[in-house]
Design a protein around this ligand. Structure first.
Ligand code: FES
Length: 81
């Protein structure tokens, strides 16, 4: 996940990235779904509707989910979001 360092004294802010354009789902929403227990593409489809349009986002959404599950954001990053 990309981070943007705004200053040395503030926690890093992450840019929002749209993952599913058909449903306007962002990486942040996927992170929230992961925090709520999503662990698979089926969970993302059920919770957010990811992939239920054209389906082009499914592999990217799954990669984002796996990355978030493997390396969850620290509390300071959550506050900055
Ligand atoms: S981009 Fe996600 S369903 Fe089309």
């Amino acid at each position: 996940m990309r981070t943007i360092l705004i200053s040395r004294t503030s926690p890093p802010l992450r840019a929002i990235m749209y993952i599913c354009l058909c449903n306007a789902i962002t990486d942040r929403q996927i992170a929230e779904a992961a925090e709520a227990g999503a662990r698979s593409r089926a969970d993302l489809a059920h919770q957010l509707g990811v992939g239920l349009g054209c389906g082009r986002c499914v592999s990217c959404a799954e990669a984002v989910l796996n990355e978030i599950v493997a390396d969850p954001p620290c509390p300071a990053e959550k506050l900055a979001a």
